[in-house]
Ligand binder design. Structure first.
Ligand SMILES: Nc1ncnc2c1ncn2[C@@H]1O[C@H](COP(=O)(O)OP(=O)(O)OP(=O)(O)O)[C@@H](O)[C@H]1O
Ligand SMILES: [Mg+2]
Length: 327
């Protein structure tokens, strides 16, 4: 049988996660909701103690590539790294996970993306990010790449490099490779260019705030229906409030897979999108694919780092609140 092969394109990074008493989230005594700032002691000139330091690799595309590989699919990562220790850490981890990195591009000037994640005790986080090589995609970097051996491309944040994306999408379309797209904030700001890219896209995955930037609508269902004017299959996720997907034949709405304690929400979106495509690319239904996507992201938020919790092939899934209706 043909093994489905997916190429994840986008960012690679090294992430360091810092947590401890000094990086707590605090409840506002008046509203009993978490405040938007860390504690009062978190001030310019302060010395803040941390209790734990954890290193992991991240970047949306490498996280997605690990989902594909752990699900037994052929998996490649293409993106830009530097020539530094962080690049070695990323490539080593991807090798260990059986992700092909032979097409990775090394920038000669810039370092590998490096994120310092300040992790509060409620699972929220603030990230200091050096984007480096992950911010330097040029169209010429991708012109000579042959995508024809892949069944799908999974494209995530490209730091607004619309010309590079145009080259990639046109080459994929020419080679009849399907495209799943989870655009980043910088792509969403380029609304006109984004729309022309979407002509080549089979599957568009966004969270609710992102979807509201390109189509009209209040609810996830309204947004997802409007996205179908742009692409054949659309998904809108809304964190713990669930997700809606449609392919123009049915509309599937799902709730929470499991109400779990969130340790670190980094990678939730990547695990969701790549989890969905792992199943969908193998011919599973929207509903089956959404259940696996939800299970994968729910597992990831219970671990520190974006990759640790990614599910392996064969894990038993359980039911979740999910309903399907005609479009
Ligand atoms: N608190 C939570 N509890 C359980 N599952 C969650 C939680 N937060 C997110 N998820 C799961 O992760 C999926 C994707 O989350 P979300 O809609 O927040 O994506 P996102 O905003 O794109 O995330 P990211 O910031 O990682 O890009 C959700 O559909 C849900 O299945
Ligand atoms: Mg996201």
């Amino acid at each position: 049988m043909h093994m489905v092969t997916i190429c994840a394109l986008g960012a690679a990074s090294q992430d360091v996660f810092l947590s401890g008493q000094g990086i707590r989230a605090e409840l506002d005594p008046r509203t009993n909701e978490y405040m938007e700032e860390f504690t009062e002691d978190f001030k310019l000139g302060a010395k803040i103690n941390v209790d734990t330091v954890a290193f992991a690799t991240g970047g949306g595309a490498t996280n997605a590539a690990v989902t594909f590989a752990r699900q037994g699919l052929g998996s490649s990562f293409i993106g830009k790294v530097g020539n530094d220790f962080a690049a070695q850490a990323v490539l080593q981890e991807l090798d260990k996970e059986h992700v092909d990195t032979s097409l990775v591009i090394h920038d000669q000037q810039l370092g590998t993306q490096y994120s310092t994640v300040l992790l509060a005790d409620n699972g929220e986080r603030t990230i200091l990010v050096y984007r480096g090589a992950a911010h330097s995609h040029a169209a010429t970097d991708y012109e000579s790449i042959d995508f024809s051996n892949f069944d799908w491309l999974y494209v995530s944040s490209f730091a607004g490099a619309m010309e590079a994306l145009e080259v990639i999408f046109a080459k994929a379309a020419e080679a009849e490779v399907k495209i799943a797209f989870n655009p980043g904030g910088a792509e969403l700001k380029e609304a006109d260019k984004l729309r022309s890219l979407l002509e080549h896209v089979e599957l568009l995955i966004m969270n609710k705030e992102e979807a509201a930037q390109i189509v009209e609508g209040q609810s996830s269902e309204e947004l997802v229906r409007h996205m179908l004017h742009l692409v054949p299959t659309a998904i809108v996720s809304d964190g713990p409030n669930g997700v809606v997907a449609t392919d123009g034949k049915t509309v599937v709405s799902a709730g929470m897979y499991e109400d779990v304690p969130v340790l670190d929400r980094t990678g939730a979106g990547d695990a969701f999108g790549s989890g969905f495509l792992s199943y969908y690319s193998q011919g599973k239904s929207l509903k089956e694919s959404l259940i696996f996507a939800s299970a994968n992201s729910t597992s990831v938020v219970q671990k520190i780092g974006a990759k640790d919790g990614i599910l392996h092939k064969g894990v038993t899934l359980h039911d979740m609140p999910i309903e399907e209706k005609d479009f």
